[in-house]
Each structure stands twice: as C-alpha cells, then as structure tokens.
Design a protein. Structure first.
Length: 456
C-alpha cells in the first residue's frame, strides 16, 4: 500500500510541475510583452530619452540664437549658422528666407530670424497628406480632399470660403498628386522590360535603391509611359490613351528619358550639369517614395515661378518682344523657364515627365481626351481664366500653353512638352495633357510655358 501511495504522490508532483512551468511561461510572456508593447517599459524609456534629447537640443538652439544677436537684438544669420554646426551629429541646417530650420530625423525646430524665437515644428496632416511648413490646406469644399485634388496655400492664414477668391489671386497654390507605388514612377537604368525594378526606400539612411539590379541600384531614372495610342473620332476629339498597367518601359538613352546623361554647349552656357540633373531627380524621387506623392503648381508658372490665379504666364519667348499689355512674360527659352522654376532651397523644380504621367493617371480619362472648350481666347490668357480647364483643381493643364517638362529626347537634345496651346484649342480642338511631343530648348516660343513641382 505504501508503495502504491508513493507512486500516486509522484504522479501528482509531475502534473503540478508541468502546470507550474506553463504558468511561468505565460507570466514570462506577459512580462516581456509589457516591456516591448506600446505601454511597455522599453518604449517608455525610449520616449523619455528622446524627449530629453529634444529639450536639450532646443535649449542649445536658444542659447546659440541669443549669442548670435547684435546689440539691437537682431539675429545675425551667418553667425547663427556657424554656431548651429556645433550641435550634435545627425542634423540638417536648412537656411530659408526668414528663418532657419534645424532638422533631426525625429524632430525639427524653426528659428524665426525676425524675432529670434525658437519653436518645434509639429507635422500637420490633412487626409493623410503632409502639409509642408509655411503652407495651409484649403478649408474650401472641393479643395480639401486628397481624392478631389487637395489644395495648399502659401502662408499661415486659413483659407475659407470667406477669403477664398482673394487667396487664389495673392497666394501660391499647389495640388497634391498621390503616387501609389514609387515603382510606378521611377526605375533604375538597367530595366530592360523583362524585369520590374523593386525600388525600396530606407528612411534611416535616406536611400532609394533597386533590389532587382544591384549593379545600378541608385542610378534612378523616370518611368515614362510613352506607349500612347492616337485616334481621332468623328466629333474631332483627340484621344491619347495611356495604358498605366504596362510596366515594361525601358530606359533608352537614344529616346525619351530623364534625367540628363550628356551635356551640350547650350547646357554649359546655361549652367546645367549632369550632376545637377541627377541630384535633383534623386532628391525628388526619394521624397515621393517617402511621402507617397508630390505637389504640382496649380497654374502655369508666372513671375518668379509663382502659382497664382489671374497672373501673367511665363513663356519661353524673348523678353524683348513682350510688352506690358501682353498677358504673358518672357523667360527666354526652355532654360529660362527651368532656371526660374528651380529653387533648391524651397524643394521646387520643373515638372519631370514621369511626374506628369502620374498627374494624368490621377486625373483619369479627362486628361487623355482633347476638348473644344478649354481656351476662351485665340491669344494668351491669364492663368486660371477658364473654369472648364480645371481638372482635379489643376488649371490650364490642357489649353492656354504647351507645357515643357524636364524630360529629354536625346537624339536631338530636344525637351518634351505636353498638352495643347491656345491656337490648337481655338481651331482644331485641344490636344490632351497625355499628348507628348518635343522641340529644341533654345527656341523662343510665346505659346510654351511650364509647371513646377513642390516636393517635401
């Protein structure tokens, strides 16, 4: 009997041991989860460390700003920039017109050069779209959704129905263009059509590379949807339909391509280099990959590359022939337009061809069929004059002027333009924005303008 009792006690002890182990495992799992989940100790510690670092940086910036003031309390820009270089590593110093930004991966500060105040910049999103610093999203119905074409206005004053008309004429405006996948817009130069580039953006290292072709991983080029079918139906409308499902476009140096890969005498005269072209394209592409899209100027550009309603449009004509009475301004060739629009410190460039394709994709069929009501005059018109020439809140994309892009056709160093001008719109009907053609960049054409892109 005693022997049987001992066996029974052993059985109970083994079961109890198993239960104890299971309970310990569960408790251990709960403990580890508490450490690593959102409310856990590890995350709390990281947040506390980041907050301490941020406050320390802000305090240092405040001290440096005070040390950079003259006896009248004015901030001396160059002195402050020199002092800011002594901040901990990982920063980027952005020098703007009225302020200086100190940007770290997790936070950023703005120093107002007018009063020396230091403030943290808190990102603002509307409909999951990042609103850049110095701009506000429109609160006007029809302009405040991503699907309908989200409009931003330069400045800090809110744009409502009460001040809408004035804001359209006095403040720069841009429209958000969503890009589904960066692979739909950019590829690497090794793409042959048999393989699809797998572009991956690493935010920590700020790199955009192709996983499919490691040998040319960072040689980024535009994906240009040049397979356009042309047909004219009975009502006279021009159809240029793009099949955006095709991903077999290839990079061809002897055909349409971007960025530039060779420099000629005209480029040299106008200070355009291959390195600049590649650097600009890469900066834009990385921003699109990071943010899921880009902004486009709402109107054809005006003076200084501005984007406002009822402004005189900047064209490629020779300024000598432009008079005060004309509804346009002269920029002197494609190069004049390009250099006027390009503002590196403001993240502005002339629109690339691959971006133009994404704008057309976003708008849809309307941007691929010509119309007969997109221009109200047989001559130049001020920007945004025709409400019928508005697609997803973008004006003048079909009529008014042909729009040059940064896309190139190498064989004759031509630059690509899109859409139609006031002559075509008034006679044969407009050619839609999907229409692609080219001409030489040194030409002085009063019917050619352009559009800018604003990337983040």
């Amino acid at each position: 009997m005693k022997k049987q009792k001992r066996r029974k006690e052993k059985g109970i002890t083994l079961i109890a041991l198993i239960i104890t182990v299971v309970v310990l495992i569960i408790l251990a799992g709960i403990g580890i989860g508490a450490l690593v989940n959102q409310d856990g100790v590890v995350d709390k510690a990281k947040e506390a460390k980041l907050e301490t670092e941020k406050k320390d940086i802000e305090e240092q910036i405040n001290i440096m700003t005070i040390q950079s003031m003259d006896k009248y309390g004015n901030v001396i820009r160059e002195t402050l920039k020199t002092k800011l270089e002594d901040l901990p590593e990982g920063k980027e110093i952005v020098d703007e017109t009225s302020y200086i930004k100190v940007v770290y991966p997790e936070y950023e500060f703005k120093i107002d050069l007018n009063n020396g105040k230091v403030a943290e910049i808190v990102p603002v999103y509307v409909d999951n779209v990042l609103i850049p610093d110095g701009y506000v999203a429109s609160q006007v119905p029809g302009e405040n959704t991503k699907a309908g074409g989200l409009v931003i206005y330069e400045g800090t004053v809110p744009v409502t129905e009460a001040n809408h008309e004035q804001a359209m004429k006095t403040r720069n405006q841009y429209v958000w263009i969503p890009v589904g996948e960066i692979n739909d817009m950019v590829m690497c130069e090794s793409n042959t059509g048999d393989s699809v580039c797998d572009l991956v953006y690493d935010e920590e290292t700020d790199t955009l590379t192709c996983q499919t072709h490691p040998a040319t991983a960072t040689n980024l080029v535009g994906r240009l949807y040049t397979s356009i079918s042309n047909s004219i139906i009975e009502d006279g409308k021009h159809y240029y339909i793009i099949d955006f499902s095709k991903r077999d476009q290839t990079y061809d140096e002897n055909s349409f391509h971007e960025p530039k890969n060779i420099v000629n005498d005209d480029d040299i005269k106008n200070n355009l280099t291959i390195d600049q072209s590649k650097s600009d394209f890469t900066a834009m592409a990385k921003s699109v990959a990071k943010n899921g899209g880009f902004y486009i100027s709402r109107y054809e550009v005006g003076k200084n590359g501005e984007s406002k309603k009822e402004q005189k449009v900047l064209t490629a004509d020779d300024p000598v022939w432009v008079t005060e009475e004309d509804n346009y301004l002269g920029a002197n060739t494609w190069y004049g337009l390009y250099n006027t629009i390009r503002k590196v410190e403001e993240n502005k460039q002339m629109l690339w061809g691959c971006q133009c394709d994404q704008v057309i994709k976003f708008i849809g069929e309307e941007a691929q069929i010509g119309h007969s009501d997109r221009n109200l005059t047989t001559d130049h018109a001020l920007s945004g004059q025709n409400e019928l020439d508005k697609m997803k809140n973008i004006y003048d994309f079909e009529g008014n002027h042909n729009e040059w892009t940064a896309e190139e056709r190498y064989t004759s160093n031509n630059r690509v333009f899109r859409g139609s001008d006031y002559v075509d719109a008034a006679t044969d009907g407009s050619l839609p924005p999907s229409y692609r053609n080219y001409t030489y960049p040194t030409g002085k054409f009063d019917e050619y303008s352009s559009r800018s892109t604003l990337y983040l």
